[in-house]
Design a protein around this ligand. Structure first.
Ligand SMILES: *[C@@H]1O[C@H](CO)[C@@H](O)[C@H](O)[C@H]1NC(C)=O
Ligand SMILES: *[C@@H]1O[C@H](CO)[C@@H](O)[C@H](O)[C@H]1NC(C)=O
Ligand SMILES: *[C@@H]1O[C@H](CO)[C@@H](O)[C@H](O)[C@H]1NC(C)=O
Ligand SMILES: *[C@@H]1O[C@H](CO)[C@@H](O)[C@H](O)[C@H]1NC(C)=O
Ligand SMILES: *[C@@H]1O[C@H](CO)[C@@H](O)[C@H](O)[C@H]1NC(C)=O
Length: 549
């Protein structure tokens, strides 16, 4: 029967099971865990993927498509009996509802000699709604005196495809499946020492049935994960639904159906690894410390895991935002010079210059050793200038009004950078050449000598040449940020004043002698004039030749 849809199969299977139950109800059944009211003893977990019929006391797992409700059944043949139904969402939050249909009278099938499938559906009393929930956590429905009937659980995954775990048990009181947590299940932040965050959680030991419990923690920058399987889904990603060999019964429609399912499936992808700050199991510890970054929010979850069964229960997670570092109020005075360290996790850095009276002129020079940095100038908190420094930049202001001038560097995109500043009311006359590279005369490179050239200007300015062996430089990045003032005299080759009225001919040249053969050197030139600068040229690496010297 190729036209048979799965819904038909589902109803048929459930009915078959109900029929079997009705036929066997009069027999006395053995007590749990062997007590099983069904003739299909042992087969329930096997047929679950098709029938959605839940066995007693075994957690089942099912794939859910986003916004496509799925219904699962649990048959309770006796009453009153304690019943627990737990639904655990994984990748996505869910909405679920629970209904019970009373079982038909025992003689129902004898009296109605019509198609029992149809009759079963139509003749039953209207279902009783027991509740509906919208959940990101595990929710357990408990009824200590549940009535017999066919319980149906309809679940919809609302945010994405997901898996869900469903447990129906009549032995929950004596055989709890999930670790028991104390009534207070809150994760608490004990404190943040500098950037260390310590959090703790209450003891899960002391449950009625002692289980070997281990705690596992998850710290992310994404959100709290209200179940362990939610965290795992978002850490490793979900897989498309697979119908294992044992879930297949050889019907011809199964393969095609399975293929279709896999085509439609859109399981969640793992989150970015850098969003996971820490993920580990910490044994019986009830405290954990991690190092965070300023201004960032962290989400902490704790799961109690039964080491024998891997079943877990989630604590109520917490979140913490590390405070921003308050920007220091930095002041700079006329003629002052300072270097700021800008960091990614800092708030904007600000330096203020106070003009007590009107000034005819004010120059501010900015220097950066790598990349570019945006900055703003505010006058009494009002924006008056905004631009970007690359290598070196000067802002000249005329007829400066009294008030506070604030130089503000916004939060960085990269990790850190240095910016130097010089403020002066005297004319700042430094002139940059049109080209700031240093060139090597290859023909004059020998085993002990190298010759380099660089551009000057038509103004008389000071140039200093430095050389250093590359292997002696620990961090090239830091080296590029060093200023002439930081460098030892031993590295200085020369300092000279120079100008050429014809700017096109303003070329300076120098031979550095006494070097080691087959060695790479880093050559730097710094330009300054008066208190302006120094501004570094783009440094160059040169290797001396080998051979006989
Ligand atoms: C869920 O329950 C509320 C009341 O508890 C009810 O108003 C609502 O209609 C129910 N929704 C469904 C889908 O059963
Ligand atoms: C932060 O934590 C680390 C490692 O846990 C520890 O070594 C360090 O002393 C802590 N720092 C502070 C300020 O508590
Ligand atoms: C529990 O999980 C571990 C690691 O994932 C696995 O090796 C082990 O077989 C699991 N145990 C059970 C009972 O599922
Ligand atoms: C600059 O700011 C300080 C502190 O806010 C204030 O006391 C001072 O009067 C301001 N200076 C001028 C010239 O407005
Ligand atoms: C290196 O330069 C010095 C000084 O200019 C010169 O005397 C010497 O011959 C040069 N050495 C070589 C190998 O070119």
């Amino acid at each position: 029967m190729p036209a048979l849809d799965t819904r038909g199969v589902l109803v048929a299977l459930v009915n078959l099971i109900v029929l079997c139950v009705l036929r066997t109800r009069t027999q006395d059944l053995p007590p749990p865990p062997h007590r099983d009211p069904f003739v299909y003893q042992g087969h329930h977990t096997d047929t679950f993927q098709v029938s959605h019929q839940l066995p007693d006391g075994v957690e089942m797992k099912s794939y859910l498509f986003k916004n496509r409700p799925q219904t699962f059944f649990f048959l309770l043949d006796k009453s009153p009996i304690p019943l627990e139904l737990s639904v655990t969402p994984c990748a996505s939050p869910i909405v679920w509802s629970l209904e019970r249909k009373p079982l038909p009278q025992e003689d129902f099938y004898d009296e109605h000699r019509v198609d029992p499938f149809l009759e079963f559906q139509s003749s039953l009393e209207t279902p009783v709604t027991l509740g509906n929930w919208s959940e990101e956590r595990r929710r357990t429905y408990r009824d200590p005196t549940a009535s017999a009937g066919l319980y149906s659980i309809t679940i919809t995954s609302t945010r994405s495809d997901s898996t869900v775990r469903i447990l129906a048990t009549t032995t929950g009181a004596t055989h709890p499946v999930y670790p028991a947590l104390p009534a207070d299940r809150k994760v608490r932040v004990l404190g943040t020492a500098r950037r260390n965050v310590t959090f703790a959680w209450p003891d899960a030991a002391g449950a009625i049935v002692a289980r070997p419990i281990e705690y596992c923690i998850a710290v992310t920058r994404v959100r709290n994960f209200r179940t362990y399987c939610s965290f795992m889904s978002h850490t490793v990603g979900d897989e498309k639904p697979v119908l294992s060999k044992k879930d297949q019964w050889g019907f011809s429609w199964e393969k095609e159906k399975h293929k279709q399912l896999r085509r439609k499936a859109n399981p969640v992808e793992p989150m970015l690894a850098r969003k996971i700050v820490s993920q580990q199991c910490v044994g019986s510890n009830r405290e954990f410390t991690f190092k965070g970054r300023r201004g960032k929010t962290y989400y902490m979850d704790v799961y109690a895991i039964d080491k024998e069964t891997n079943k877990s229960e989630a604590y109520e997670g917490a979140e913490v935002k590390l405070p921003e570092k308050r920007s220091k109020k930095m002041q700079i005075v006329d003629g002052g010079r300072m270097t700021l360290k800008l960091k990614q996790d800092n708030v904007p850095q600000m330096v203020t210059f106070e003009a007590k009276e009107r000034m005819p002129l004010l120059s501010v020079e900015f220097g950066v050793c790598a990349g570019k940095i945006p900055f703003e100038i505010l006058h009494n908190k009002k924006l008056v200038h905004r631009s970007i420094v690359r290598r070196w930049k000067r802002v000249r202001m005329k007829n400066v009004l009294p008030g506070n001038y604030t130089f503000r560097f916004p939060r960085l995109k990269r990790r850190k950078a240095f910016v130097s500043m010089h403020v002066t009311s005297r004319p700042s006359l430094l002139t940059l050449p049109r080209d700031m590279s240093i060139n090597v005369y290859q023909p004059m490179t020998t085993c002990t000598n190298i010759t380099v050239a660089w551009m000057g200007t038509h103004k008389k300015q000071k140039y200093c040449l430095y050389v250093k062996e590359l292997s002696e430089i620990r961090s090239l990045k830091r080296h590029r940020c060093s200023s002439a003032n930081d460098r030892p005299k031993s590295e200085r080759v020369l300092c000279m004043r120079y100008r050429n009225r014809d700017v096109n001919k303003a070329l300076m040249k120098s031979t550095i002698t006494g070097l080691k053969p087959r060695t790479t050197y880093v050559v730097d030139v710094y330009l300054s004039r008066g208190r302006s600068g120094p501004v570094a040229y783009k440094s160059v690496n040169v290797r001396t030749k080998g051979g006989r010297c």
